[in-house]
Ligand binder design. Sequence first.
Ligand SMILES: [Zn+2]
Length: 106
Amino acid sequence: MDLTITVRVCDKCKRQDRPAKRYTLTPDEGRPIQRDLCDEDAAPVLDLFDLEAEKPQPASEAKPPAQRKATGKKATAKKATTRRGRTPVKTLAEIEAEKAARAKES
Ligand SMILES: [Zn+2]
């Protein structure tokens, strides 16, 4: 059997993972214009009409934290290897103490 499924996608971003709503704009003495828009792309339009989208899509916000996590891991890994590379580890306090000792000697 044939099964046809119609999915309404946003005219602007054409993303199928976002629900799109159909909006109709009717100018004075003009023909109504229809656009299917997801909440994100409809936001500027809704803003003009002082309306709000029902659900703001957090899709764009989900990415940056993941990237931050990845860079964080890299940074920690680098630090660990550098520390391991220099075998006699001197703390800042020890270095300062040595400097002070040298200053006293001269
Ligand atoms: Zn869209």
